[in-house]
Design a protein around this ligand. Structure first.
Ligand code: PLP
Length: 352
């Protein structure tokens, strides 16, 4: 790496910087006080996403975590159980928020490739007439599934799971932080995925490359409740159209190009897989998971040696590393990452 070359940052698709065109859109945004409902750019974004997702309304929120937590809050009452797949973001990475913010219990079920099966949902629901037990009020599903390496949960499976949940009076929330990726990779419109759930959360600050923000879409009365709780939680923002403008720009210019990230993830995975002593699963979207099988490949040592070569990845559980492609990683970056990874693995194992 030449000293002036910035690192190839594959830690997450959240690391992107706004493009010059996005910065212009930010500069030119019309704004108002969004707490008063006066910001035309936020309103335009919310209308547009509600339409895209086929929902009555949508609410712009500062983060995906807030969108998910608002959904839990507005679908449940304290003491309710929320059905979650064992490795879901809402369970693993939101600091027990569903307990702290909503007084709910996590009812964890180990899924298949990130999704609970219809039979598991049926087995998990409680008899609502039994006053001894907590009610299962909400099922949360995640698509694409982060821990599973960005796998797309098939639409028919989501439909089947949601049908069983609904039949038992259990609401469904879709954590669609990367639903855009699932939609572009599968060619299935967002609204078809969103139709499987009562509410859906989607992030602009990941593959779409906006600096801040996510959106929660659902029925009008649900979004109205979420609007109220967002204010209580300190998420009422004022002239936030400057951020919403970046999100609108992203929808116009960065959605279809997610296919490039997916192509580059495949190239990256194929390149990594050439190194001896590692296992790499073919990615379905933009997340590449590498398992370090050779005993000489200690995750911290691998990450440190990669960093020294200008390649950034993260540890992702025991002997696993994660790399994510995004707007700021081009073909040359992928080539550098593959070359750097090969050198590091060769250097530590003396093989391949
Ligand atoms: C599946 C999933 N849901 C929710 C989130 C939370 O998003 P945020 O970091 O904006 O809070 C993430 C972030 O990585 C995610 O991967």
């Amino acid at each position: 790496m030449s000293p002036t070359q910035p690192p190839v940052d594959l830690r997450s698709d959240t690391v992107t910087r706004p493009t010059p065109a996005m910065r212009r859109a930010i500069l030119e945004a019309e704004v108002g006080d969004d707490v008063f409902g006066d910001d035309p750019t936020v309103l335009a974004l919310e209308r547009r996403v509600a339409e895209l997702a086929g929902k009555e309304a949508a609410l712009y929120v500062p983060s995906g975590t807030m969108g998910n937590q608002l959904a839990v809050k507005c679908h449940t009452e304290p003491g309710d159980e929320v059905l979650l797949e064992l490795e879901s973001h809402i369970f693993l990475y939101e600091q027990g928020g569903l307990g702290a913010n909503s007084g709910c219990l996590a009812h964890l079920v180990p899924g298949e490739r990130g999704l609970i099966t219809p039979a598991q949902v049926a087995a998990a629901v409680r008899d609502p007439a039994d006053d001894h037990v907590a009610r299962v009020r909400l099922l949360c599903v995640e698509n694409t599934h982060n821990r599973q390496g960005g796998v797309i949960v098939p639409l028919e499976r989501l439909q089947a799971v949601a049908a069983v949940a609904r039949a038992h009076g259990v609401a469904v929330h879709l954590d669609g932080a990367r639903l855009w990726n699932a939609s572009v990779a599968s060619g299935i419109p967002l609204r078809d995925w969103a139709a499987t759930a009562d509410s859906v959360m989607m992030c602009f600050s990941k593959g779409l490359g906006a600096p801040v923000g996510s959106i929660l879409a659902g029925p009008a009365d649900f979004v109205r409740r979420a609007h109220r709780v967002r204010k209580r939680w300190g998420g009422g923002m004022r002239q936030v159209g400057i951020l919403a403008a970046a999100c609108l720009h992203a929808l116009d210019h960065h959605l279809e190009r997610l296919a490039e990230d997916h192509r580059r993830a495949k190239t990256l995975a194929a390149g990594f897989a050439q190194a001896a002593g590692v296992r790499v699963v073919e990615p379905e979207t933009n997340i590449v998971i590498v398992t370090l099988e050779h005993p000489a490949l200690e995750p911290a040592a691998v990450l440190g040696a990669l960093e020294a070569r200008g390649v950034r990845m993260v540890s992702f559980g025991a002997r696993r590393l994660r790399a994510i492609t995004h707007l700021d990683v081009d073909d040359a970056g992928v080539a550098r990452a593959v070359a750097g990874f090969g050198e590091v693995v060769h250097g530590l194992t003396g093989r391949g």
